[in-house]
Design a binder for this molecule. Structure first.
Ligand SMILES: NC(=O)c1ccc[n+]([C@@H]2O[C@H](COP(=O)([O-])OP(=O)(O)OC[C@H]3O[C@@H](n4cnc5c(N)ncnc54)[C@H](OP(=O)(O)O)[C@@H]3O)[C@@H](O)[C@H]2O)c1
Length: 283
């Protein structure tokens, strides 16, 4: 499976697996585990989670799902909440995530979104966890251009490996300033909600005539088309969440499909890239 190489040499599959809301309903648990295992067995190494997701429920379900596999073949990303991103609480938060995931290290720890702790303190804590071997690398999430600029000016700020932000066909604000800035610094973008939460973030997206027509041309679903659009972006990783095996299969199948330049141009025409600065969208 195609991979993106980070500044530190880590290799992440272009398609990762999101896990928000996974583990929340016992009725779906086995199917969710099966979906994650299907993804792993078909080449996906990246699993994105957070202490916030179900208050540890998503991490615990992942811990169960990954138990049969070689830990070193997986790339686990978790996130620390702003309230825990300080000297007093970060190590304990990280320990809790490690315990829930039943592992002794995280491949990547993300600062979930900015809170009130001075950024320099958070960076110090992240570096300290790295030095202890509890995390291999760190990055940020929901950081807009000014946040990235402030971060990169700090001591060790350049250790930031990626920024995870909202991006889908109907929400392209980052293309104007944030993504070009990151691209120049070789900081890839992880696109969350690449399916616009199955359209619920923008009701009309999946019914848009250009989306349905191009999906028909490619013999794929409108959901797959949304994912193909994100996968077509350079320096970008997509992390759709699929709690059902059939959805995981469809998402993986996208890696064998490609939008033509002409189809991409039609999508760009229907959903234009921004021509002015738009502040970061967050869910
Ligand atoms: N850093 C942050 O602040 C942040 C914020 C939001 C999300 N995230 C991360 O990004 C991940 C993805 O975002 P998201 O979960 O909010 O939204 P999403 O991935 O855009 O959409 C998830 C929804 O799409 C459905 N789906 C998946 N594949 C499908 C397919 N092939 N056909 C039809 N429906 C499909 C899923 O259904 P089923 O589950 O029923 O298969 C689920 O309802 C999250 O899970 C989380 O890991 C991070």
């Amino acid at each position: 499976m195609k991979k993106i190489t980070l500044k530190n040499g880590d290799k992440l599959t272009l398609l990762g697996m999101g896990t928000w809301f996974i583990g929340d309903n016992a009725h779906y648990r086995q199917e969710e585990i099966a979906a994650l295992r299907y993804g792993i067995e078909h080449g996906i190494n990246l699993i994105d989670t957070a202490e916030m997701y179900g208050n540890g429920r998503a991490e615990r379900l992942i811990g169960e799902a990954i138990a049969p596999y070689d830990r070193n073949s997986l790339y686990l990303i978790s996130k620390v909440l702003p309230n825990n991103a300080n000297k007093r609480k970060m190590e304990q938060a990280c320990n809790n995530s490690l315990k829930a995931l039943n592992t002794d290290y995280l491949d990547m720890y993300l600062y979930h979104w900015r809170g009130t702790t001075p950024l320099a303190e958070t960076v110090e804590c992240l570096e300290a966890l790295k030095n202890k071997g509890k995390i291999k690398a760190w990055g940020v999430s929901n950081f807009d251009l000014e946040d990235m600029q402030e971060l990169l000016a700090l001591p060790n700020g350049n250790q930031c490996q990626l920024n995870e932000v909202l991006f889908h066909l109907g929400s392209r604000g980052i293309e104007y300033a944030l993504k070009p800035y990151q691209d120049k610094l070789a900081i890839p973008t992880v696109a969350y909600c690449p399916l616009a939460q199955a359209g619920s973030l923008q009701r009309n997206l999946l019914r848009h005539p250009e989306v349905t027509t191009i999906a028909e041309e490619l013999n794929c679903t409108p959901y797959q088309l949304l994912l193909l659009f994100v996968l077509a972006q350079p320096n970008m990783i997509a992390i759709p969440k699929a709690g059902q095996v059939r959805h995981m299969k469809e998402n993986i199948a996208c890696l064998d499909m490609q939008l033509t330049q002409q189809q991409l141009a039609r999508l760009n025409n229907a959903f234009p890239s921004p021509t002015h600065r738009i502040h970061l969208d967050i869910v």
